[in-house]
Design a protein around this ligand. Structure first.
Ligand code: GLV
Ligand code: MG
Length: 325
């Protein structure tokens, strides 16, 4: 899976912001046709997006377009416009306010026809369902498995809070009166568990107080700690913080690679074919190696390089030096 630590939201109605986004270090950029675009600007925004995708100049970002949801009159025309216009440059469609698997399948069918008609490889355009209401959360397993195009599940906190009547106007912060509980815990864990159950990435939504970088960091650190893969960013200042927060710390990455090397050595014939050994002060086994694998893969996908090397000889890194008691 590619890194999706930071997912930059850019209104399709603003060509200047789209142009700027091409050079920003977000892992994914999504060009919005939905809530950041006024109804009167939808048609022009489709044209802006197609032009920006086709004109090149992009970095390595994953390129996504958020279309309008299926309850509107815009969805089919959004999809047709961007795929016919720039399907080759498009990695995924972000589908907001999904309520059931049927909505994902409808998009899958439309994409399949368009890919065939445009001479694109069938299945090349992914779908990112956005979970933004109670029904979507209840149907999340069916949504996650509705199409092989689904690679991520995305949370939409603002719409979600509105849909369940949560009593707050501040996206990302706890509703007043509920402290010290976490009003989002159930929602986050449901999305995360569905993502992990079906081999998908879990992406947190936006933090709207764009000038409050400390608030953003606090908010992002919570979902990063749970295991989410990334989060939306709305402003260039949030990107650096987001990439840092959703990457493993260097020391954790080094340790993870060290555990994998040590475990691979200790389970080999040369290492004594042992499944549980000491690495420094800690006993490691198959489960430790799995945890290390997660961190190592996230670090590698983020382009990290290790600053320490495992060596059988050094006492520090010497996994096979002792058996657990
Ligand atoms: C994003 O779409 C949100 O509703 O928070
Ligand atoms: Mg929304």
């Amino acid at each position: 899976m590619p890194s999706r630590r930071s997912v930059l939201a850019v209104p399709g109605s603003n060509p200047r912001m789209i142009e700027k986004a091409k050079g920003l270090p977000a892992d994914e950029v999504f060009l919005d046709l939905e809530d950041a675009v006024a109804p009167a600007a939808k048609a022009q925004s489709r044209a802006n997006i197609v032009a920006a995708l086709k004109s090149g100049g992009w970095g390595a970002q994953i390129r996504v377009v958020r279309v309008n949801d299926w309850s509107t009159e815009y969805t089919y025309a959004d999809v047709i416009a961007v795929v016919e216009g720039a399907g080759e440059q498009l990695d995924a469609i972000l589908l907001p306010k999904v309520i059931d698997a049927g909505q994902v399948r409808a998009l899958d069918l439309l994409l399949t026809q368009l890919e065939k008609a445009c001479g694109l490889e069938v299945g090349r355009i992914d779908i990112e369902p956005q979970i933004e209401n109670a029904l979507g959360l209840r149907n999340i397993d069916a949504i996650a498995t509705a199409s092989p195009r689904v690679k991520t599940l995305v949370f939409g906190p603002a719409d979600f809070m509105a849909s369940i009547n949560m009593r707050t106007l501040v996206v990302g912060e706890q509703p007043e009166g509920y402290e010290p509980g976490d009003a989002y815990h159930h929602i986050y864990m449901t999305i995360l568990l569905a993502a992990r159950a079906h081999g998908l990435q879990a992406i947190d939504g936006p933090y709207l107080a764009v000038r409050d970088i400390d608030g953003f960091r606090r908010n992002a650190a919570r979902t990063a700690a749970l295991g989410f893969d990334g989060k939306w960013v709305l402003h260039p200042d949030q990107i650096t913080a987001c990439n840092e927060i959703f990457s493993p710390r260097q020391s954790d990455y080094d340790r993870a690679e060290e555990i994998l090397d040590a475990y691979s050595h200790s389970t080999s014939e040369a290492g004594g074919a042992r499944g549980a050994v000491m690495l420094g002060e800690e006993m490691i086994d198959e489960a430790s190696a799995k945890m290390a694998q997660v961190i190592a893969e996230k670090g590698r996908a983020a382009g990290m390089t290790r600053t320490t090397q495992f060596s059988v000889e050094t006492p520090e890194g010497a996994a096979p030096s002792g058996e657990p008691n």
